[in-house]
Design a protein around this ligand. Structure first.
Ligand code: GLY
Length: 348
């Protein structure tokens, strides 16, 4: 359920005293909590802050949240507000989903990536054994509250990371949104104007609506929701491969993954080549080439085999496109074809 942050107070109206908890990271505590405080009004809350960064999205941080809730006598009536990017909404969501068999949580995403993707749809979790989001649940938040003003607090890389997921939503669902985003990608605007344009063109709202609609059809990803994994089979492999020594923003990895997977879509599913050219152009203009080199192609393919989206004994499972807005799920692609797509990605 998507709402505006202005609805926060009414959402918390029946909450017993001492049962409101807020989770931030070290960045959102500084940049986002002050604005949040204006909306929370007279409601007293207890604050917990975790160190920012994907490397803290682990079991130890989950335990810190559980300990905090225990220490302050959180009951099953408690509400945890997750104020942050995907690390906070995923991890806080998991801690809430499992504390006392589950308490309510509200996500207030502060990054573009979290607004359009992580904060809605009910996926919670943390990284384990070097695998992203290896442990988690499907638990919908009580609400996701959107406040586009937060986008003005972000550096350009964060905005581009989220924009990649918006491109994904357009590719899997809507030619109209794709054209809108192509225009936005070409605009020569100051960053603040560009952020304004995300809302004023309706692109942000449309992107969130695409995700909501897909999740409503298949909340536990038994089938159709897999279209949201477009770009992620290759993207996750790049992200995991670079995690330890040279971590890359999630959205950049997804963008790179989409280039490889649109290539496969052209070769295997008849997707128009023009889509590949348009996406490649966006990559070269805004994201650059992937930050891991060709020698890692074998290693990347091996990682695709380990992906949690696979069934046992199958080649990696892709979502491909017949065209924009026409995704195909459960496409098993041979190693030689994946290698060819990676070669395109690294050498274009
Ligand atoms: N991020 C993809 C999904 O929520 O299914």
């Amino acid at each position: 359920m998507l709402h505006s942050l202005t609805q926060l107070s009414s959402l918390l109206s029946d909450l017993p005293k001492g049962q409101l908890f807020v989770l931030t990271d070290s960045h959102t505590k500084v940049h986002c909590l002050p604005l949040f405080a204006e909306f929370i009004g007279e409601n007293p809350y207890l604050l917990l802050t975790l160190e920012a960064g994907e490397e803290h999205k682990n079991l130890m941080s989950v335990q810190v949240v559980w300990d905090f809730l225990f220490k302050h006598h959180a009951t099953r009536e408690a509400v945890l507000i997750n104020l942050g990017g995907g690390m906070i909404t995923d991890l806080g969501g998991f801690a809430a989903a499992t504390y006392m068999r589950g308490i309510r949580f509200v996500n207030i995403p502060t990054t573009l990536l979290a607004m359009v993707d992580a904060s809605s749809g009910g996926k919670t979790g943390f990284d384990y054994q070097g695998v992203k989001n290896a442990i988690g649940t499907f638990t919908p938040p009580l609400a996701t509250l959107i406040h586009p003003e937060y986008l003005h607090t972000l550096p350009a890389t964060e905005l581009l990371s989220g924009f990649a997921e918006m491109l994904k939503h357009a590719l899997i669902a809507s030619k109209e949104e794709w054209v809108k985003l192509l225009q936005l990608a070409q605009e020569e605007l100051q960053q603040d104007q560009w952020v304004e344009a995300l809302s004023s063109t309706g692109a942000l709202q449309a992107s969130m609506a695409i995700k909501e609609k897909v999740v409503a059809q298949d909340p536990r990803e038994t089938g159709w929701r897999k279209i949201l994994n477009f770009g992620h089979t290759v993207g996750h492999a790049i992200e995991s491969a670079t995690l330890e020594n040279n971590p890359q923003p999630h959205g950049y990895c997804v963008l790179w993954g989409m280039v490889a997977e649109v290539y496969l879509s052209v070769v295997k599913a008849g997707c128009p080549r023009e889509v590949l050219q348009q996406l490649t152009q966006i990559m070269l203009q805004w994201y650059g080439r992937p930050q891991c080199d060709c020698r890692q192609r074998e290693q990347l393919i091996a990682r695709m085999y380990q992906d949690k989206k696979n069934n046992a004994n199958c080649s990696p499972n892709f979502t491909l496109l017949e065209d924009i807005g026409q995704p195909l799920i459960n496409q098993h692609i041979a190693e030689a074809d994946i290698d060819e797509a990676l070669e395109y990605l690294f050498s274009v």
